[in-house]
Ligand binder design. Structure first.
Ligand code: HEM
Length: 173
């Protein structure tokens, strides 16, 4: 293990570059799609729940979002792996309170949310797969479940993400 740490030590700033770049993709890659496509279409659907044209647009936007979130979902494991490398190679410890609180938010909030989002976007909850499976009821339930998931988690991720970036850059305590 020491040999690995010694080998990686000169690349600490390179690992930090990878960590930070992945964080940028993780935090921002879905923001425009969410704010300017998903949100307005779902609001229109809420106001006109029986409008067939709005429902078709809602379904299309949600299925595209299942695809587009792939940037965020590739970046997240890179953030975690590079973070663990920074922790080990940099000789960091949870005695650093900023890091302790940061990891509490990452492990307690981000990881459970991302695991659920992986499932809803790419596995059993993938809307394209649900549509291909042919059950209109399952498809509608999948769309609405993912929408409620966004309504509950978006503010948490935005506040938690800002807090973690502040903690990691400013290291206030
Ligand atoms: C979504 C999760 C994460 C986010 C948003 C995040 C964000 C950041 C940011 C913005 C920095 C840059 C600070 C700077 O270079 O000035 C940073 C640094 C750091 N991160 Fe993360 N991080 C995450 C996960 C992790 C994990 C899981 C670990 C460790 C297990 C970790 C360990 C570190 C360490 C040790 C640094 C300090 C680098 C330094 O200042 O030398 N991070 N993180």
């Amino acid at each position: 293990m020491n040999a690995i740490i010694d080998f990686l030590q000169p690349y600490y700033q390179h690992i930090r570059f990878v960590h930070l770049t992945a964080v940028m993709v993780w935090v921002w890659s879905t923001s425009v799609a969410y704010a300017y496509y998903l949100l307005p279409v779902f609001k229109a659907w809420r106001r006109n729940p029986d409008d067939q044209q709005i429902i078709e647009l809602r379904n299309w936007v949600m299925e595209r979002f299942d695809h587009g979130v792939i940037y965020e979902h590739i970046a997240f494991p890179i953030v975690i792996i590079a973070g663990i490398m920074l922790y080990i190679v940099g000789g960091h410890s949870t005695a650093e309170n900023w890091l302790l609180l940061k990891l509490a938010i990452v492990i307690g909030v981000f990881i459970p949310i991302e695991i659920t989002d992986y499932y809803l976007s790419h596995f059993g909850g993938n809307k394209h797969k649900l549509r291909k499976a042919g059950s209109a009821q399952d498809y509608e339930r999948g769309i609405q479940l993912h929408w409620w998931f966004f309504l509950i988690t978006t503010a948490v991720v935005m506040l938690g993400g800002t807090a973690v970036i502040f903690l990691a850059v400013v290291k206030p305590f």
